[in-house]
Structure formats: C-alpha cells, structure tokens
Design a protein around this ligand. Structure first.
Ligand code: G3P
Length: 489
C-alpha cells in the first residue's frame, strides 16, 4: 500500500509515491511558467498548473505499480487565488500569486481606514499583499465583469488546493482546509470558520468560498475519466508549509522546521493555543483533525530565498543550475564585502515592507560571480536568522526543501544562527507531509506515533566559526536590509 502525494508548489508540481515505511519510492516533476505582467506582479495559468499536475503524476505512475496506491494527498503553494467556472472548470484569468505586490496600495488604504488591528486580531495575519484577501478586492475593483460572475455564483474562488480538488473530481467538490483558509484574511482563526465580517471588509461573497474539511480523512474520490484513470480517495490536504511541519513530524508544541523553497518558512508548533507575536511572526493554523481539534503554529514567512538562486540562473544567467551554487560559492572564502538583499517581491517576516526591493551593495572591480553566488547563499541564512532572532527559545532547527541538500548553506545557517541544524534523510518534506495526512486519513498509519518513527537524521550541522566575525557580517546585512526598504515608493 502506498500514497500518491501531489505538491503543487510555486514553480512546479512534484508527485511522489510514499510507501508504508515513510520512504519516497518514486518521483515526478513538472515546472510551469511564471508570468510577470508588470513589475511586482506574479501570475500563473491555472490550466498549466493542472497540466503540470497530470504530467508529474503520469511520470511517477510510470515508475510504480498503480494498483498499490490507496489514497491521494494534496499540498500547495498558499495564498495564491484562483477563479474557475463551476461548469467548465476553465479559468477566466490567471491566478494571482502569493508573491504578487499589486495590492500594496489597497493594504495602505485599509490601514489608513484603521482596519489593521481588527484584521490581525481575527486572522493572526497582517495587512500585506502576500495574503489572498486584497488580491480578491483588487479583482473586484479592476475586473468588474469577471467579478460579477463570482457574485452570481458561476465562478468559484479558491486556493490551489481547492482548484486541484475541483479538477480531480470534475467540479463536484469545492473544498479547502484550515491551513489554506487561514492565509486568506477571510478566516477567523480562533473561531475556526470563514468570517462574515472579513468577507464584508474585503468584498468577497462567502458563497464563492470553498467548504472546510479536516486535514486528514476521506474527502472525495478522484474521477478516473479526468485523472489518468485513477479512482482514489483524496484523504489529505494542507498548505505546503503546514504540510512540511507535519512531514517533519513536528507534532509537539515547540517543535519547529525551516523549509527552503521558493521562499523559506519557519514554523513552530504552538499546540492548541493561538500565540501572538509582536516581532513580526504570523499566527496560523497548522492543522485540524477529523475530531475538530485545532493545532496552531507561529510562522516566519520569508518570500525570496530559492527564488534568488533561480534569479541568478534565469534572470542574470550567471549559474547553470541551483545545484552548482555550493561549489561556486566554495571557491571564495567570503563575499569580499558584497551583500545581496533579495527583497525581489518586498520583504516578509520580520520586516514586512511590500515596498522594499532587491539590493546588491559593496560591489568593487574585484567582485566576481563567486562572490555574488556566495552572497546569495549567505542572504538565505541571514534572512532565516532575522526570523530566528525573534524565537530565542529554539535550540535546534530541522531543515528541509531543495536547498537543504546544500551542505554549505546548512553550515552557514548553523554558524549564523548559532544553533544546530538537523537535516533529515528525506528533504522532500512538503510532499511527505501530504502523504502522511492521506495515509493517516485512510488507516495506512494508525497514529502520529507511527509517523514519528519514520523520521531519520541524515546530518547534524553544529555551529562553528568566529562569533564576532559572524555577528559583524550580520550587522552589515541588517544595515543593507534597512537600505532596501521603501524603494518602490
Ligand atoms: O506562502 C507561500 C508558500 O506556501 C509557498 O511555498 O514552497 O512554493 O515556496 P513554496
């Protein structure tokens, strides 16, 4: 018996098959296009996300015996908003992605009208373009013809998980879970349901939103006619960062992980309590079981980490692949004074400035590609340190995601934060978490204790290096971050 897990991330879709021992048997992957229609705007084609899902799944199915599959788990990039026609399942426009900054002015306006405190109280979030709410307000204000069909009930509104469930079930189901819902600015975190007050504030008809289902337990069967001949129960759904927290088996209060993906996201399980931060962290839902019990988390959301490496590859074209960055960076001892603040889509935690933009400072005639590559890896470690400075109680950090495979990054990370960094054998933790949820929901695993037993350490990186020099480089970073703020007006 094994589980098919789909991880619909920001730059591509991964499909994995996970066996009962918690190992990844096979994997498929398909990247999709990023659209940047204006500076600061980021969009995806929903149809392309669906086609990438089919392609990645087709690839993984070619490597396993499909008769062993017993359930599907879905995890996804969060906050991104998708509209689709409930009948045809076609989308009237591209999805507006979590990284998109177009609603900075709407956030400023709502803040000026005095809504920030109440929004934070209800949602655990802040007024930032990152979250779904103002993206929907923008659509209502700028695309009234499309929005009229949302209001009439013809178009459904959802996040990527709900869109995929709709596609897999031929439009029969319109659902999401609390870990996605709580990122929309429309969800009452303590109440555990959509909020009429917030729907009114952001101008979103509640009927357009998906129904809430538990994070594990059977939701709906996939329709074989549209999903590669597969008829399997969808039995686990979670936003990718909460899924990674689950995949790292951080089930107890205080257990934490950092996932290096397009961005990096540090989550600490806070148990059944909503813990509020005054240092720029978000309060968020982790998961809700079939018995209705909520688990919460504190989150430090950093927008651009792996995406900075991707920009070196695709934008600047100074590296051929992300994998070679460790070797290139290792050819120099330091960045020779170069600091790169990758605020390419503004700054998230703990700074929260949608108007910040990327900055590279300290360049001289001696600066080489290796210095820039090293500065990029160091930036990732500095960004994570910015968040960990607000979580002084944390002693060990579990890391995962693509860049966790980079030894140099893990070591620089441990040095900068002065705490041990633990890398598990499986770093595809996001997809693993979705498989765990679906397996828990269908009885492949009886309890979270069974899942905990599958976690295995690959390598522990102990902090080293000269503390004074490390702190001095961090102070230079902090100075550069200040300079990047407010740039886009
Ligand atoms: O909040 C955005 C997050 O869900 C995206 O994650 O892994 O696609 O960078 P990732």
């Amino acid at each position: 018996m094994s589980i098919l897990a789909i991880d619909a991330g920001t730059t591509g879709v991964t499909a994995v098959v996970v066996t009962a021992d918690g190992r990844i048997r096979a994997k498929g992957y398909q990247e999709f296009s990023q659209h940047f229609p204006q500076p600061g705007w980021v969009e995806h084609s929903p149809e392309e996300i669906w086609q990438a899902t089919l392609e990645a799944t087709r690839e993984v199915l070619g490597k396993v015996d499909r008769s062993e599959l017993t359930a599907v788990g879905i995890t996804n990039q969060r906050e991104t908003v998708v509209l689709w026609d409930r009948e045809t399942l076609g989308s009237p426009r591209r999805a507006i992605v979590w990284q998109d900054r177009r609603t900075a002015d709407i956030c400023d306006r709502l803040r000026a009208e005095g809504h920030e405190q109440r929004v934070a109280e209800l949602t655990g979030l802040r007024l930032d373009p990152y979250f779904s709410g103002t993206k929907l307000t923008w659509l209502a204000e700028h695309e009234p013809h499309t929005w009229a069909l949302v209001e009439s009930g013809r178009y459904a509104v959802g996040t990527v998980d709900s869109y995929l469930v709709a596609r897999m079930t031929r439009g029969t189901w319109h659902v999401t879970d609390v870990s996605n819902a709580c990122r929309t600015l429309l969800f009452d975190l303590e109440g555990g349901d959509w909020s009429d007050e917030l729907c009114d504030l952001f101008g979103v008809p509640r009927d357009a939103l998906p129904d809430l289902v538990p994070n594990w337990g059977e939701v709906a069967p996939t329709d074989p006619a549209v999903f590669l001949g597969l008829s399997l129960p969808i039995a686990g759904i979670a936003g990718d960062q909460q899924s990674a927290l689950f995949g790292q088996t951080c089930f107890e209060e205080g257990e934490s992980k950092c996932t290096y993906g397009t961005g990096s996201f540090i989550l600490t399980n806070t148990g059944d309590a909503v813990v509020r931060s005054d240092a720029g962290l978000l309060s968020t839902a982790a998961w809700r079981g079939p018995d209705g019990a909520m688990t919460y988390a504190l989150e430090g959301a950093i927008f651009v980490t792996g995406a900075a490496v991707q920009w070196l590859r695709d934008g600047l074209q100074v590296v051929g692949s992300a994998a070679e960055t460790a070797a290139i960076a290792a050819t120099v001892d330091d960045t020779d004074g170069v600091v790169f603040v990758p605020a390419l889509t503004g700054l998230g935690a703990p700074h929260w400035d949608p108007h910040a933009r990327g900055l590279i400072i300290g360049i001289t005639r001696g600066t080489t590609r290796a210095h820039l590559v090293r500065a990029t890896l160091e930036a990732i470690a500095f960004e994570v340190r910015d968040v960990l400075e607000t979580l002084p109680g944390l002693t060990t950090l579990r890391v995962d995601g693509g860049a966790a495979a980079n030894d140099l990054l893990c070591q620089v990370q441990a040095d900068q934060v002065g705490r041990a960094v633990e890398r598990p054998e499986i770093v595809e933790t996001t997809a693993l978490g979705a498989a765990f949820l679906a397996g828990l929901g269908t009885g492949l695993w009886a309890s979270t204790d069974d899942l905990r037993d599958t976690w295995a350490l690959d390598r522990r990186f102990e902090p080293a290096g000269d503390r004074e020099a490390l702190d001095a480089s961090y102070a230079r970073w902090s100075d550069a971050v200040e300079r990047s703020k407010g740039w886009a007006g």
